[in-house]
Design a protein around this ligand. Structure first.
Ligand code: NAD
Length: 318
């Protein structure tokens, strides 16, 4: 059982190592989230910018109402969107998320990107945009002012833990110099094409648990770029396929297992119940040293969720 959770710093909360990802769960959100919970998922990874928190909350509350889980059995995650980094906007942002999800608190609130964008009133546009009049408009909201506001959300009981996403080592190192509550987790793009071994190891050494997003690699990004379409999917990669065949598992299960063996949490997203089920069935086998060595060779430092993907000219990860 202990291999199914990661323990978070400060609270000692047990974060499930396999969660359900809600990005692009745009149709039947309530039903899909409910289905994930019914099939064993206890971590639900959402975000304001996924623009589906009402449906996510309905799925969660339905599962609670039907007695499938209690609220305290779930680990609900949301993320602060870029337009709300200013001191004045952080608490209203989580309050909007809680209201949308009809929850009293969440388990983890994450700074989605270290990119402070100009505030846009949610009454005008929600979630806020990357661009205003075709331009990326940054706002002077530094992380050393934002982070204490995140800490206040913990003190106010609105979230149990706070975390970060898409941060690099330099920014985390700086954050650790002033954080009263260090980040519980770091959520980053991680798959065999982008293994980031040094960052994962260093973050874990700081007591920050790492969560992988887009564990299946390029698939979520085909719609954004012609270049990505030319990258072979990991599901069809010979190395992944042969490891899957050897263990009588699917390529998806191998990709997820690869992360959890590094003590890195995963957030597979699917709209299909069979896949939702099989993506959770990753605790009954183990990769061997030969498998791990073969996967290690697939690393190309190939990132799909760079800001360039969205036409934003900021080399965030350089
Ligand atoms: P993913 O990598 O989990 O899945 C990609 C696609 O693979 C899915 O759309 C689905 O169609 C397909 N798929 C799923 N299971 C499959 C299976 N068993 N066989 C074949 N195909 C399958 O998707 P993702 O949404 O990119 O990432 C997962 C989650 O991570 C997101 O939903 C979100 O919660 C989180 N995320 C966070 C950030 C961030 O900036 N923090 C960015 C991207 C994603």
């Amino acid at each position: 059982m202990s291999d199914q959770y990661l323990t978070l710093n400060r609270t000692n909360d047990k974060m499930p190592i396999v969660g359900f990802g809600c990005w692009k769960v745009e149709e039947n959100t309530e039903e899909i989230v409910y289905t994930a919970i019914k099939n064993g998922y206890r971590l639900i990874d959402g975000a304001a910018v996924y623009d589906n928190e009402v449906g996510v909350g309905r799925g969660i509350n339905r599962a609670i109402k039907e007695g499938i889980v209690r609220r305290e059995d779930l680990f609900v995650v949301s993320k602060l969107w870029n337009n709300y980094h200013n001191k004045a906007h952080v608490r209203p942002a989580i309050e909007k998320t809680l209201e949308d999800m009809n929850l009293d608190y969440i388990d983890l609130y994450i700074v989605h990107f270290p990119v402070p964008l100009q505030y846009v009133d949610p009454a005008v546009q929600y979630p806020g945009p990357w661009k205003i009049n075709g331009e990326v408009a940054l706002e002077k909201s530094p992380m050393h002012e934002l982070w204490p506001e995140m800490e206040k959300l913990v003190d106010a009981g609105l979230t149990r833990n706070i975390g970060i996403s898409n941060f690099n080592c330099q920014l985390i190192m700086d954050l650790l110099t002033y954080a009263k509550y260090k980040p519980a987790t770091l959520q980053i793009e991680l798959h065999p094409y982008l293994q980031q071994e040094a960052l994962v190891k260093w973050a874990q050494e700081q007591g920050i648990q790492v969560t992988a997003y887009s564990s299946f690699g390029p698939n979520s990004y085909f719609v954004f770029s012609e270049d990505v379409k030319s990258v072979p999917t990991l599901f069809d990669h010979d190395v992944i396929k042969s490891i899957a065949a050897k263990h009588n598992k699917t390529p998806a299960q191998v990709l997820l297992r690869w992360s959890i063996e590094r003590k890195v949490a995963v957030l597979p997203k699917s709209m299909n119940e069979e896949r939702i089920k099989s993506n959770f069935d990753v605790f009954s086998f183990k990769l061997d040293e030969k498998d791990l060595q073969a996967i290690k060779k697939l690393d190309q430092n190939l990132r799909f969720n760079s800001l360039f993907t969205y036409g934003i000219n900021i080399p965030l990860f350089d």
